[in-house]
Design a protein around this ligand. Structure first.
Ligand SMILES: Cc1cc2nc3c(=O)[nH]c(=O)nc-3n(C[C@H](O)[C@H](O)[C@H](O)COP(=O)(O)OP(=O)(O)OC[C@H]3O[C@@H](n4cnc5c(N)ncnc54)[C@H](O)[C@@H]3O)c2cc1C
Length: 453
Protein backbone atom coordinates (compact mmCIF):
# COMPACT_ATOMS: atom_id res chain seq x y z
CA UNK A 1 0.00 0.00 0.00
CA UNK A 2 1.13 3.56 -0.69
CA UNK A 3 2.16 4.99 2.68
CA UNK A 4 -0.54 7.43 3.73
CA UNK A 5 1.16 10.78 3.60
CA UNK A 6 -2.19 12.53 3.31
CA UNK A 7 -5.16 12.77 5.67
CA UNK A 8 -7.19 9.67 6.53
CA UNK A 9 -11.00 9.55 6.65
CA UNK A 10 -13.62 6.81 6.76
CA UNK A 11 -14.85 7.85 3.31
CA UNK A 12 -13.87 10.16 0.48
CA UNK A 13 -16.39 11.56 -1.96
CA UNK A 14 -15.20 12.78 -5.36
CA UNK A 15 -17.47 15.54 -6.71
CA UNK A 16 -19.73 18.09 -5.08
CA UNK A 17 -22.98 17.85 -7.04
CA UNK A 18 -26.19 16.29 -5.73
CA UNK A 19 -24.88 12.71 -5.55
CA UNK A 20 -21.70 13.73 -3.75
CA UNK A 21 -23.44 16.05 -1.30
CA UNK A 22 -26.12 13.44 -0.57
CA UNK A 23 -23.45 10.83 0.23
CA UNK A 24 -21.42 13.29 2.31
CA UNK A 25 -24.48 14.41 4.27
CA UNK A 26 -25.58 10.86 5.03
CA UNK A 27 -22.12 9.74 6.15
CA UNK A 28 -21.41 12.81 8.27
CA UNK A 29 -24.80 12.81 9.99
CA UNK A 30 -24.27 9.11 10.78
CA UNK A 31 -21.04 10.01 12.56
CA UNK A 32 -18.50 8.91 9.95
CA UNK A 33 -15.41 10.96 9.08
CA UNK A 34 -15.91 12.08 5.50
CA UNK A 35 -14.14 14.39 3.07
CA UNK A 36 -15.66 15.68 -0.17
CA UNK A 37 -13.30 16.93 -2.86
CA UNK A 38 -14.57 19.20 -5.62
CA UNK A 39 -12.29 20.24 -8.45
CA UNK A 40 -14.00 23.56 -9.16
CA UNK A 41 -13.93 26.53 -6.83
CA UNK A 42 -17.60 26.02 -6.03
CA UNK A 43 -19.92 23.10 -5.42
CA UNK A 44 -22.98 22.29 -7.51
CA UNK A 45 -21.92 20.77 -10.83
CA UNK A 46 -24.74 20.05 -13.29
CA UNK A 47 -27.09 19.64 -10.34
CA UNK A 48 -26.99 23.37 -9.60
CA UNK A 49 -27.57 24.18 -13.29
CA UNK A 50 -30.42 21.75 -13.68
CA UNK A 51 -34.13 22.34 -14.06
CA UNK A 52 -34.78 20.75 -10.66
CA UNK A 53 -37.32 18.17 -11.91
CA UNK A 54 -37.38 14.91 -9.91
CA UNK A 55 -39.41 11.80 -10.77
CA UNK A 56 -41.31 10.12 -7.92
CA UNK A 57 -44.32 7.81 -7.71
CA UNK A 58 -46.93 7.91 -4.95
CA UNK A 59 -46.03 11.39 -3.68
CA UNK A 60 -48.23 13.61 -1.54
CA UNK A 61 -48.39 16.08 -4.42
CA UNK A 62 -49.64 13.40 -6.82
CA UNK A 63 -52.29 12.26 -4.33
CA UNK A 64 -53.42 15.86 -3.79
CA UNK A 65 -53.67 16.35 -7.57
CA UNK A 66 -55.60 13.08 -7.99
CA UNK A 67 -52.84 11.50 -10.12
CA UNK A 68 -53.01 7.72 -10.08
CA UNK A 69 -49.49 6.42 -10.09
CA UNK A 70 -47.76 3.40 -8.60
CA UNK A 71 -44.25 2.09 -8.11
CA UNK A 72 -44.94 -0.61 -10.70
CA UNK A 73 -46.09 1.95 -13.29
CA UNK A 74 -43.03 4.12 -12.57
CA UNK A 75 -40.81 1.08 -13.09
CA UNK A 76 -42.65 0.03 -16.26
CA UNK A 77 -42.40 3.58 -17.73
CA UNK A 78 -38.66 3.73 -17.01
CA UNK A 79 -38.12 0.29 -18.52
CA UNK A 80 -40.11 1.26 -21.63
CA UNK A 81 -38.24 4.57 -21.97
CA UNK A 82 -34.95 2.68 -21.74
CA UNK A 83 -36.00 0.55 -24.70
CA UNK A 84 -35.25 -2.68 -22.84
CA UNK A 85 -31.59 -1.74 -22.25
CA UNK A 86 -31.83 -0.48 -18.66
CA UNK A 87 -30.78 -2.75 -15.78
CA UNK A 88 -34.06 -3.55 -14.00
CA UNK A 89 -32.23 -4.27 -10.74
CA UNK A 90 -31.14 -0.62 -10.65
CA UNK A 91 -34.59 0.63 -11.63
CA UNK A 92 -36.22 -1.47 -8.90
CA UNK A 93 -33.68 -0.19 -6.35
CA UNK A 94 -34.53 3.41 -7.25
CA UNK A 95 -38.25 2.84 -6.95
CA UNK A 96 -37.89 0.97 -3.66
CA UNK A 97 -35.61 3.60 -2.11
CA UNK A 98 -37.24 6.80 -3.37
CA UNK A 99 -38.55 7.40 0.16
CA UNK A 100 -34.97 8.30 1.21
CA UNK A 101 -34.92 11.06 -1.39
CA UNK A 102 -38.40 12.29 -0.48
CA UNK A 103 -37.34 12.50 3.19
CA UNK A 104 -34.22 14.51 2.26
CA UNK A 105 -36.34 16.98 0.26
CA UNK A 106 -38.82 17.18 3.16
CA UNK A 107 -36.02 18.07 5.58
CA UNK A 108 -34.69 20.70 3.18
CA UNK A 109 -38.20 22.17 2.74
CA UNK A 110 -37.49 22.26 -1.00
CA UNK A 111 -40.81 21.12 -2.53
CA UNK A 112 -42.84 23.35 -4.87
CA UNK A 113 -46.40 22.66 -6.01
CA UNK A 114 -45.36 22.07 -9.64
CA UNK A 115 -46.18 18.62 -10.98
CA UNK A 116 -46.32 17.64 -14.65
CA UNK A 117 -46.15 14.88 -17.22
CA UNK A 118 -42.84 15.00 -19.05
CA UNK A 119 -40.61 12.89 -21.27
CA UNK A 120 -41.02 9.15 -20.72
CA UNK A 121 -44.02 9.42 -18.35
CA UNK A 122 -47.56 8.16 -18.80
CA UNK A 123 -48.82 10.18 -15.79
CA UNK A 124 -47.80 13.43 -14.08
CA UNK A 125 -44.69 12.41 -12.15
CA UNK A 126 -42.16 15.24 -12.61
CA UNK A 127 -41.93 17.22 -9.34
CA UNK A 128 -40.22 20.61 -9.35
CA UNK A 129 -37.82 20.93 -6.42
CA UNK A 130 -35.95 24.07 -5.37
CA UNK A 131 -32.64 22.44 -6.19
CA UNK A 132 -30.53 25.30 -4.79
CA UNK A 133 -32.25 24.96 -1.41
CA UNK A 134 -31.73 21.20 -1.40
CA UNK A 135 -28.01 21.45 -2.22
CA UNK A 136 -27.45 24.20 0.36
CA UNK A 137 -29.28 22.21 3.04
CA UNK A 138 -27.19 19.07 2.39
CA UNK A 139 -23.96 21.05 2.47
CA UNK A 140 -24.81 23.05 5.61
CA UNK A 141 -25.92 20.02 7.62
CA UNK A 142 -22.96 17.93 6.44
CA UNK A 143 -20.48 20.62 7.48
CA UNK A 144 -22.29 21.07 10.80
CA UNK A 145 -21.91 17.31 11.36
CA UNK A 146 -18.15 17.52 10.77
CA UNK A 147 -17.73 16.78 7.04
CA UNK A 148 -14.63 18.29 5.44
CA UNK A 149 -15.41 19.94 2.11
CA UNK A 150 -12.45 20.89 -0.07
CA UNK A 151 -13.13 22.97 -3.20
CA UNK A 152 -10.44 23.58 -5.81
CA UNK A 153 -9.25 20.06 -4.99
CA UNK A 154 -9.34 17.82 -8.09
CA UNK A 155 -8.97 14.08 -7.57
CA UNK A 156 -6.29 12.66 -9.85
CA UNK A 157 -6.06 8.88 -9.56
CA UNK A 158 -7.44 6.23 -7.29
CA UNK A 159 -4.92 4.76 -4.82
CA UNK A 160 -5.07 1.00 -4.27
CA UNK A 161 -3.80 -1.42 -1.67
CA UNK A 162 -3.68 -4.72 -3.56
CA UNK A 163 -7.02 -4.73 -5.38
CA UNK A 164 -8.78 -2.49 -2.85
CA UNK A 165 -9.31 1.25 -3.40
CA UNK A 166 -8.03 3.17 -0.39
CA UNK A 167 -7.77 6.77 -1.47
CA UNK A 168 -7.20 9.41 -4.12
CA UNK A 169 -4.23 11.38 -5.32
CA UNK A 170 -4.51 15.10 -5.81
CA UNK A 171 -2.04 17.80 -6.68
CA UNK A 172 -3.46 19.67 -3.70
CA UNK A 173 -3.05 16.76 -1.27
CA UNK A 174 -3.66 12.99 -1.29
CA UNK A 175 -6.48 11.66 0.88
CA UNK A 176 -7.05 8.17 2.26
CA UNK A 177 -10.23 6.32 3.15
CA UNK A 178 -10.49 3.32 5.43
CA UNK A 179 -13.99 2.30 4.28
CA UNK A 180 -14.52 3.52 0.74
CA UNK A 181 -14.27 6.09 -2.04
CA UNK A 182 -17.42 7.28 -3.83
CA UNK A 183 -17.10 8.57 -7.38
CA UNK A 184 -19.74 11.27 -7.76
CA UNK A 185 -17.89 13.23 -10.41
CA UNK A 186 -20.76 13.58 -12.91
CA UNK A 187 -20.69 12.74 -16.58
CA UNK A 188 -18.50 13.63 -19.56
CA UNK A 189 -20.62 16.23 -21.35
CA UNK A 190 -17.65 18.63 -21.28
CA UNK A 191 -15.11 16.17 -22.67
CA UNK A 192 -14.84 16.48 -26.43
CA UNK A 193 -12.44 13.52 -26.43
CA UNK A 194 -14.82 11.11 -24.67
CA UNK A 195 -17.86 12.28 -26.66
CA UNK A 196 -15.93 11.68 -29.89
CA UNK A 197 -14.86 8.26 -28.61
CA UNK A 198 -18.22 6.99 -27.34
CA UNK A 199 -20.89 8.85 -29.32
CA UNK A 200 -19.38 10.43 -32.44
CA UNK A 201 -22.87 10.82 -33.93
CA UNK A 202 -23.62 13.30 -31.11
CA UNK A 203 -20.40 15.27 -31.52
CA UNK A 204 -22.24 18.21 -33.06
CA UNK A 205 -24.39 18.72 -29.94
CA UNK A 206 -23.64 21.89 -27.99
CA UNK A 207 -21.39 20.94 -25.01
CA UNK A 208 -23.24 21.74 -21.81
CA UNK A 209 -23.58 20.66 -18.18
CA UNK A 210 -21.26 21.47 -15.29
CA UNK A 211 -17.90 22.80 -16.49
CA UNK A 212 -16.06 20.20 -14.39
CA UNK A 213 -17.85 17.24 -15.97
CA UNK A 214 -15.03 15.87 -18.09
CA UNK A 215 -15.39 12.19 -17.26
CA UNK A 216 -12.64 12.09 -14.59
CA UNK A 217 -14.34 9.46 -12.42
CA UNK A 218 -15.03 7.33 -15.46
CA UNK A 219 -11.34 7.33 -16.41
CA UNK A 220 -10.20 6.65 -12.81
CA UNK A 221 -12.37 3.54 -12.50
CA UNK A 222 -11.68 2.49 -16.07
CA UNK A 223 -7.97 2.35 -15.19
CA UNK A 224 -8.91 -0.33 -12.62
CA UNK A 225 -10.89 -2.39 -15.12
CA UNK A 226 -14.39 -1.04 -14.44
CA UNK A 227 -17.16 -2.05 -16.80
CA UNK A 228 -19.27 0.50 -18.68
CA UNK A 229 -23.00 0.51 -19.43
CA UNK A 230 -25.33 2.45 -21.76
CA UNK A 231 -22.44 4.54 -23.08
CA UNK A 232 -23.41 4.20 -26.75
CA UNK A 233 -26.93 5.47 -26.01
CA UNK A 234 -25.85 8.87 -24.71
CA UNK A 235 -27.77 11.59 -26.55
CA UNK A 236 -28.17 15.34 -26.36
CA UNK A 237 -31.31 17.14 -25.24
CA UNK A 238 -33.30 19.23 -27.69
CA UNK A 239 -34.57 22.65 -26.66
CA UNK A 240 -31.66 24.96 -25.86
CA UNK A 241 -31.04 28.35 -27.50
CA UNK A 242 -27.70 28.42 -29.32
CA UNK A 243 -26.59 31.53 -27.39
CA UNK A 244 -27.15 30.24 -23.87
CA UNK A 245 -24.49 31.17 -21.34
CA UNK A 246 -22.49 28.52 -19.47
CA UNK A 247 -24.17 29.23 -16.15
CA UNK A 248 -27.82 29.51 -17.09
CA UNK A 249 -29.77 27.13 -19.24
CA UNK A 250 -32.47 28.19 -21.64
CA UNK A 251 -34.31 24.97 -22.27
CA UNK A 252 -37.86 25.26 -23.59
CA UNK A 253 -40.10 22.34 -24.57
CA UNK A 254 -43.11 24.25 -25.92
CA UNK A 255 -43.75 21.13 -28.00
CA UNK A 256 -44.99 19.43 -24.80
CA UNK A 257 -47.47 22.31 -24.44
CA UNK A 258 -48.74 22.03 -28.03
CA UNK A 259 -46.05 23.48 -30.34
CA UNK A 260 -44.76 21.75 -33.45
CA UNK A 261 -41.13 21.55 -34.53
CA UNK A 262 -40.05 22.59 -38.00
CA UNK A 263 -36.66 22.74 -39.69
CA UNK A 264 -35.22 25.70 -41.61
CA UNK A 265 -37.27 24.61 -44.64
CA UNK A 266 -40.50 24.85 -42.64
CA UNK A 267 -41.01 21.08 -42.57
CA UNK A 268 -41.90 18.90 -39.60
CA UNK A 269 -39.64 15.88 -39.13
CA UNK A 270 -40.66 14.03 -35.93
CA UNK A 271 -43.38 13.21 -33.42
CA UNK A 272 -42.95 16.23 -31.15
CA UNK A 273 -44.30 14.36 -28.14
CA UNK A 274 -41.25 12.04 -28.08
CA UNK A 275 -38.53 12.32 -25.43
CA UNK A 276 -36.32 15.40 -25.86
CA UNK A 277 -33.40 12.96 -26.13
CA UNK A 278 -35.00 11.29 -29.16
CA UNK A 279 -35.77 14.74 -30.58
CA UNK A 280 -32.20 15.80 -29.80
CA UNK A 281 -30.84 13.15 -32.15
CA UNK A 282 -33.47 13.96 -34.79
CA UNK A 283 -32.54 17.66 -34.72
CA UNK A 284 -28.84 16.85 -35.18
CA UNK A 285 -29.87 15.35 -38.53
CA UNK A 286 -31.69 18.50 -39.69
CA UNK A 287 -30.13 21.25 -41.81
CA UNK A 288 -28.28 23.74 -39.61
CA UNK A 289 -28.94 21.35 -36.67
CA UNK A 290 -31.68 23.72 -35.56
CA UNK A 291 -35.42 23.31 -35.11
CA UNK A 292 -38.00 26.01 -34.47
CA UNK A 293 -40.74 25.48 -31.88
CA UNK A 294 -43.78 27.03 -33.58
CA UNK A 295 -46.89 27.87 -31.58
CA UNK A 296 -49.81 30.25 -31.17
CA UNK A 297 -51.28 32.46 -28.45
CA UNK A 298 -53.14 29.52 -26.85
CA UNK A 299 -49.89 27.60 -26.32
CA UNK A 300 -48.08 30.82 -25.30
CA UNK A 301 -50.65 31.26 -22.50
CA UNK A 302 -49.54 27.90 -21.06
CA UNK A 303 -46.12 29.33 -20.19
CA UNK A 304 -45.12 29.07 -16.54
CA UNK A 305 -42.80 31.88 -15.47
CA UNK A 306 -39.95 30.54 -13.34
CA UNK A 307 -40.68 26.92 -14.21
CA UNK A 308 -37.78 25.34 -16.15
CA UNK A 309 -38.70 24.00 -19.63
CA UNK A 310 -41.98 26.00 -19.67
CA UNK A 311 -40.81 29.56 -18.97
CA UNK A 312 -41.45 31.63 -22.12
CA UNK A 313 -41.38 34.97 -20.27
CA UNK A 314 -37.67 34.55 -19.54
CA UNK A 315 -36.91 33.76 -23.18
CA UNK A 316 -38.94 36.77 -24.30
CA UNK A 317 -36.91 38.98 -21.91
CA UNK A 318 -33.73 37.62 -23.46
CA UNK A 319 -35.09 38.47 -26.91
CA UNK A 320 -35.06 34.82 -27.97
CA UNK A 321 -38.79 34.39 -28.61
CA UNK A 322 -39.90 35.68 -32.03
CA UNK A 323 -43.53 36.66 -32.68
CA UNK A 324 -45.60 37.78 -35.65
CA UNK A 325 -49.30 38.39 -36.40
CA UNK A 326 -49.53 35.65 -39.05
CA UNK A 327 -47.77 32.38 -39.81
CA UNK A 328 -46.39 33.72 -43.07
CA UNK A 329 -45.00 36.83 -41.32
CA UNK A 330 -43.42 34.51 -38.76
CA UNK A 331 -41.84 32.52 -41.60
CA UNK A 332 -40.38 35.73 -43.07
CA UNK A 333 -38.94 36.71 -39.64
CA UNK A 334 -37.27 33.33 -39.34
CA UNK A 335 -36.03 33.10 -42.92
CA UNK A 336 -38.31 30.10 -43.58
CA UNK A 337 -40.28 30.04 -46.87
CA UNK A 338 -43.61 31.54 -45.65
CA UNK A 339 -45.90 29.44 -47.91
CA UNK A 340 -44.16 26.25 -46.78
CA UNK A 341 -44.61 27.13 -43.11
CA UNK A 342 -48.27 28.02 -43.72
CA UNK A 343 -48.82 24.67 -45.46
CA UNK A 344 -47.09 22.76 -42.64
CA UNK A 345 -49.23 24.43 -39.96
CA UNK A 346 -52.43 23.94 -42.01
CA UNK A 347 -51.67 20.23 -42.47
CA UNK A 348 -50.89 19.83 -38.78
CA UNK A 349 -54.18 21.52 -37.87
CA UNK A 350 -56.01 19.08 -40.16
CA UNK A 351 -54.38 16.17 -38.31
CA UNK A 352 -55.40 17.63 -34.95
CA UNK A 353 -58.97 17.92 -36.25
CA UNK A 354 -58.84 14.26 -37.31
CA UNK A 355 -59.17 15.01 -41.06
CA UNK A 356 -55.83 13.33 -41.88
CA UNK A 357 -53.41 11.03 -40.09
CA UNK A 358 -50.40 12.70 -38.55
CA UNK A 359 -47.45 11.68 -40.77
CA UNK A 360 -45.24 11.27 -37.68
CA UNK A 361 -47.84 9.49 -35.56
CA UNK A 362 -48.26 12.29 -33.02
CA UNK A 363 -51.31 11.66 -30.85
CA UNK A 364 -50.60 13.70 -27.70
CA UNK A 365 -48.70 16.57 -26.14
CA UNK A 366 -46.02 14.51 -24.42
CA UNK A 367 -45.36 10.80 -24.70
CA UNK A 368 -48.84 10.36 -26.22
CA UNK A 369 -50.54 12.07 -23.23
CA UNK A 370 -52.59 15.31 -23.40
CA UNK A 371 -54.89 16.79 -26.05
CA UNK A 372 -53.39 18.49 -29.09
CA UNK A 373 -54.46 22.00 -30.07
CA UNK A 374 -54.84 23.58 -33.49
CA UNK A 375 -52.30 26.36 -34.02
CA UNK A 376 -54.62 29.11 -35.23
CA UNK A 377 -54.85 31.91 -32.65
CA UNK A 378 -52.61 34.93 -33.36
CA UNK A 379 -50.06 36.11 -32.57
CA UNK A 380 -47.77 33.25 -33.54
CA UNK A 381 -44.43 32.48 -31.93
CA UNK A 382 -41.15 30.73 -32.67
CA UNK A 383 -38.22 29.66 -30.53
CA UNK A 384 -35.08 28.50 -32.34
CA UNK A 385 -33.34 25.74 -30.45
CA UNK A 386 -30.52 23.26 -30.84
CA UNK A 387 -29.45 19.99 -29.22
CA UNK A 388 -27.31 20.40 -26.11
CA UNK A 389 -25.27 17.68 -24.42
CA UNK A 390 -26.65 18.44 -20.95
CA UNK A 391 -25.93 15.08 -19.40
CA UNK A 392 -24.30 11.79 -20.39
CA UNK A 393 -26.35 9.09 -18.78
CA UNK A 394 -24.08 6.17 -19.69
CA UNK A 395 -21.21 5.32 -17.38
CA UNK A 396 -19.76 2.89 -14.87
CA UNK A 397 -21.31 -0.53 -14.18
CA UNK A 398 -22.54 -0.76 -10.60
CA UNK A 399 -24.66 -3.07 -8.48
CA UNK A 400 -27.78 -1.87 -6.67
CA UNK A 401 -25.50 -1.27 -3.66
CA UNK A 402 -23.52 1.23 -5.84
CA UNK A 403 -20.33 -0.91 -5.73
CA UNK A 404 -18.41 -0.49 -8.99
CA UNK A 405 -18.05 -3.66 -11.08
CA UNK A 406 -15.19 -4.73 -13.29
CA UNK A 407 -15.69 -5.73 -16.92
CA UNK A 408 -16.11 -9.34 -15.74
CA UNK A 409 -18.81 -8.41 -13.21
CA UNK A 410 -16.58 -8.78 -10.15
CA UNK A 411 -16.60 -5.98 -7.64
CA UNK A 412 -13.81 -3.42 -7.14
CA UNK A 413 -13.42 -3.45 -3.35
CA UNK A 414 -13.67 -0.06 -1.69
CA UNK A 415 -15.04 1.73 -4.79
CA UNK A 416 -18.59 3.05 -5.13
CA UNK A 417 -20.22 5.36 -7.67
CA UNK A 418 -23.41 7.41 -7.76
CA UNK A 419 -25.09 9.98 -10.01
CA UNK A 420 -24.34 10.73 -13.62
CA UNK A 421 -21.01 8.87 -13.60
CA UNK A 422 -23.06 5.64 -13.42
CA UNK A 423 -24.51 3.76 -16.40
CA UNK A 424 -27.02 0.95 -16.76
CA UNK A 425 -29.87 2.91 -15.33
CA UNK A 426 -31.44 4.82 -18.21
CA UNK A 427 -30.81 2.40 -21.08
CA UNK A 428 -31.54 3.89 -24.49
CA UNK A 429 -33.28 7.05 -23.35
CA UNK A 430 -34.22 9.11 -20.35
CA UNK A 431 -37.33 9.96 -18.34
CA UNK A 432 -37.41 13.57 -17.09
CA UNK A 433 -36.40 13.81 -13.46
CA UNK A 434 -34.77 10.42 -13.16
CA UNK A 435 -31.19 11.79 -13.31
CA UNK A 436 -31.69 13.92 -10.21
CA UNK A 437 -33.72 11.24 -8.38
CA UNK A 438 -30.97 8.75 -9.24
CA UNK A 439 -28.24 11.11 -7.94
CA UNK A 440 -30.05 11.64 -4.64
CA UNK A 441 -31.22 8.06 -4.04
CA UNK A 442 -27.90 6.42 -4.95
CA UNK A 443 -25.78 9.12 -3.29
CA UNK A 444 -27.54 8.18 -0.06
CA UNK A 445 -27.26 4.49 -1.03
CA UNK A 446 -23.48 4.72 -1.51
CA UNK A 447 -23.15 6.21 1.97
CA UNK A 448 -25.25 3.40 3.44
CA UNK A 449 -23.14 0.77 1.67
CA UNK A 450 -19.96 2.30 3.11
CA UNK A 451 -21.49 2.54 6.58
CA UNK A 452 -22.37 -1.18 6.38
CA UNK A 453 -18.94 -2.24 5.06
C1 LIG B 1 -29.21 22.35 -18.01
C2 LIG B 1 -29.49 21.04 -17.35
C3 LIG B 1 -30.78 20.76 -16.91
C4 LIG B 1 -31.03 19.52 -16.30
N1 LIG B 1 -32.28 19.32 -15.78
C5 LIG B 1 -32.53 18.15 -15.16
C6 LIG B 1 -33.79 17.95 -14.53
O1 LIG B 1 -34.63 18.86 -14.43
N2 LIG B 1 -34.03 16.71 -13.96
C7 LIG B 1 -33.10 15.70 -13.99
O2 LIG B 1 -33.37 14.63 -13.48
N3 LIG B 1 -31.88 15.91 -14.54
C8 LIG B 1 -31.56 17.10 -15.09
N4 LIG B 1 -30.32 17.31 -15.62
C9 LIG B 1 -29.30 16.26 -15.42
C10 LIG B 1 -28.87 16.29 -13.95
O3 LIG B 1 -28.76 17.63 -13.52
C11 LIG B 1 -27.55 15.57 -13.70
O4 LIG B 1 -27.55 14.29 -14.27
C12 LIG B 1 -27.29 15.43 -12.19
O5 LIG B 1 -27.37 16.70 -11.58
C13 LIG B 1 -25.93 14.82 -11.94
O6 LIG B 1 -25.62 14.91 -10.57
P1 LIG B 1 -24.19 14.42 -10.08
O7 LIG B 1 -24.11 14.75 -8.64
O8 LIG B 1 -23.94 13.04 -10.51
O9 LIG B 1 -23.16 15.32 -10.92
P2 LIG B 1 -22.88 16.88 -10.88
O10 LIG B 1 -23.98 17.63 -10.23
O11 LIG B 1 -22.50 17.29 -12.25
O12 LIG B 1 -21.61 16.99 -9.93
C14 LIG B 1 -20.37 16.42 -10.28
C15 LIG B 1 -19.27 17.26 -9.64
O13 LIG B 1 -18.04 16.53 -9.69
C16 LIG B 1 -17.01 17.46 -9.92
N5 LIG B 1 -15.81 16.75 -10.42
C17 LIG B 1 -15.62 16.20 -11.63
N6 LIG B 1 -14.41 15.64 -11.70
C18 LIG B 1 -13.82 15.82 -10.50
C19 LIG B 1 -12.54 15.48 -9.95
N7 LIG B 1 -11.59 14.88 -10.68
N8 LIG B 1 -12.27 15.82 -8.67
C20 LIG B 1 -13.20 16.48 -7.90
N9 LIG B 1 -14.41 16.86 -8.40
C21 LIG B 1 -14.72 16.53 -9.66
C22 LIG B 1 -17.62 18.42 -10.93
O14 LIG B 1 -16.92 19.63 -11.00
C23 LIG B 1 -19.04 18.57 -10.37
O15 LIG B 1 -19.12 19.64 -9.46
C24 LIG B 1 -30.01 18.54 -16.19
C25 LIG B 1 -28.71 18.84 -16.61
C26 LIG B 1 -28.44 20.09 -17.16
C27 LIG B 1 -27.04 20.43 -17.55
Amino acid sequence: MTTPSGRVFDAIIVGGGLAGLAATHRLATNGLRVALVEKRDRLGGSSALSGGWFAFSGSTLQRRAGVEDSDDLFLADMAATGGGFADETLLRALVDRQADAVAAIDRAGAWTDELKVSAGMTVARAHLIRIGDLLAHLEDEAVAAGAVILTGHPAGDLVTDGSRVVGITSATGDLFASSGVVLASGGFSRSRELLDLFVPDQAAAMPYGGAGNTGDGLRMAWMLGAGLADIGHVAGTYGQHAETSDDEHELLTANYLGAILVNVHGQRFADESASYKVLGSAVLGQPGRTAFQIFDAVVRARSKPGVPLSDMERLEELGHLVSAPTISALGRELGIPPERLERTVAQYNESVSGRRDDPFGRTGLVNGVGSLVRLETPPFYAYAAVTAMTSTYGGLSVGADTAVKRVDGSRIEGLYAAGEVVGGFHGASYMTGTALTKALVFGIGAADSIARS
